[in-house]
Design a protein around this ligand. Structure first.
Ligand code: 2DT
Length: 212
């Protein structure tokens, strides 16, 4: 194991529109880190395995209707219920590669017209990612890739609004990666950025909190 007791894992988040490649890139990153002897886990939000997550899943599958603010708070609660486990894992030296996080929460709800600051408020105090990787792809291109399913939000017009909301949220510290490149090229770029970050966290970079 590359990690000792004093070193912590990194909290690394992948964000981007539906069909931009987040999920496959996330699992490849975990394999890459494990191959180098690092402890790493793949996480995703929403985590549909919890009881809150099952309510979210039913909503996304159009099996239930919920008020926009209600579902927003459920997505947030789904992160809060995982927060202590997240902190425990990071402190034990495990790097977490997280497929969507608070930025999806704010981008998707504010794309429906919910006030941005209102959307951010329940996220305050969650662990802040050490690294946000934004897989950049125009909404039209993502839609062309096919595979939009039947879930709520999987429509081009809505994805365009989400893209605008991500732009508003975007922070200078985010790493923007052109997700239109071949999958192997995207992966190479992500690997380098991620490894640098994992090493910085091992050297003692402190954990911080949202929203800053
Ligand atoms: P996937 O499971 O395919 O990633 O789709 N979402 C996600 C929100 O609206 N708020 C959130 O806080 C999160 C994490 C994005 C999940 C869908 O749920 C949206 C797409």
């Amino acid at each position: 194991r590359a990690c000792n007791n004093e070193s912590r894992g990194a909290l690394i988040v992948l964000e981007g529109l539906d069909r931009c490649g987040k999920t496959s890139q996330s699992s490849r990153l975990v394999s890459y880190l494990e191959g180098l002897g690092h402890s790493a886990e793949l996480w995703r939000f929403p985590d549909r395995t919890t009881s809150v997550g099952q309510m979210i899943s039913a909503y996304l599958l159009n099996q239930s209707e919920l008020d926009d603010r209600t579902i927003h708070l459920l997505f947030s609660a789904n992160r809060w219920e995982k927060r202590s486990m997240m902190e425990t894992k990071l402190k034990a030296g495990t790097t977490l590669i997280v497929d969507r996080y608070s930025y999806s929460g704010v981008a998707f709800s504010s794309a429906k017209g919910v006030d941005l600051e209102w959307c951010k408020a329940p996220e305050i105090g969650l662990l802040s990612p050490d690294l946000v990787l934004y897989l950049d792809m125009p909404p039209e291109k993502a839609a062309e890739r096919g595979g939009y399913g039947d879930e709520r939000y999987e429509r081009l017009e809505f994805q365009k609004k989400v893209a605008q909301c991500y732009q508003i949220l975007r922070d200078p510290a985010w790493k923007m990666v052109d997700a239109c490149q071949p999958i192997e090229d995207v992966q190479k770029q992500l690997q380098k950025i991620v490894l640098d970050n994992v090493l910085a966290c091992r050297k003692g970079k402190p954990l911080s909190l949202l929203w800053s």
